[in-house]
Ligand binder design. Structure first.
Ligand SMILES: [Zn+2]
Length: 266
């Protein structure tokens, strides 16, 4: 998940320009795969030769389509936000506020699969799918914060985007719970693989291990009975586990309050 993090740093400032320059298909958000002119839609760009496999995987699993549908079930934004799957050549998945594109990188999905394969998971299809889905929801959190013009510091926004990813996954019940658990594991694996600590101060995200712990706390706080092992094995420290129900309730309430203007009328 390292590449994704890097891209956020880039996307936050100077990179907005770089981001635009590497978006090869121009500003027209409506592609052959998108269904309507508002809300979350999807589009696939032609993958590079190296990215054929992850591109086929994302298409076959319909991961962007499924995420877009889940997002559109919750909210009804009056603008179009396009989930663009594309080859990013290592730049990392990101949300681009200039184009309102969420860019999901084929190469990130390949990297995520490799991360899990190195940890002994084969073929790691479900793991790769979980991380792509969590990434799409994290970036959708950025898109909604942008659309709602919510004033947050960079770090607050990153934490809120992680909480939005948790919210979307937890809305889908046990499958989403498994995917949130997998996302936490990816942060743990990523932390173990990246032993050098970034001291540049350029990464707005919490450290990977903190992000893993937060996801696990939200998971446990949301569904303690099904995830009892997280507390009993000490994966969540007992002092924190006690408060996870409250932590998750606060994060969930904060997001539902923010989303109020966009919530789809049931
Ligand atoms: Zn982010």
């Amino acid at each position: 998940m390292g590449a994704r993090d890097l891209r956020h740093v880039v996307g936050a400032g100077l990179g907005a320009i770089l981001l635009l320059s590497c978006t090869t298909t121009g500003g027209d958000a409506r592609g052959p795969d998108s269904g309507s002119s508002s809300g979350f839609t999807t589009r696939y760009e032609e993958p590079s030769a190296a990215d054929q496999e992850p591109a086929t995987f994302l298409r076959n699993r319909k991961l962007p389509e499924t995420a877009a549908e889940a997002l559109n079930t919750l909210v009804a934004p009056d603008r179009q936000i396009v989930l663009v799957s594309r080859s990013c050549d290592g730049e990392g998945s990101a949300y681009d506020p200039q184009t309102r594109h969420i860019e999901l990188c084929y190469d990130d999905t390949a990297e995520d699969r490799e991360l899990f394969q190195k940890a002994g998971h084969h073929p790691a299809d479900d793991e790769a799918a979980a991380i792509a889905t969590e990434t799409l929801y994290h970036e959708a959190g950025h898109a909604l914060i942008d659309l709602l013009d919510i004033p947050l510091t960079s770090r607050q926004e990153e934490d809120a985007a992680d909480q939005f990813a948790a919210l979307m996954l937890l809305r889908t019940g046990p499958t989403g719970e498994r995917q949130l658990r997998t996302a936490a594991e990816a942060y743990e694996l990523s932390a173990a693989a990246n032993t050098t600590v970034d001291t540049s101060g350029r990464d707005e995200h919490a450290p990977d291990l903190t992000r893993a712990a937060n996801h696990l706390c939200y998971l446990y706080g949301s569904a303690p009975t099904r995830n009892q092992d997280l507390a009993t094995t000490g994966r969540i420290p007992s002092m924190r586990a006690i408060g996870c129900g409250r932590e998750w309730a606060q994060a969930h309430t904060a997001w539902m309050a923010r989303l109020q203007p966009l919530l789809r009328k049931q």
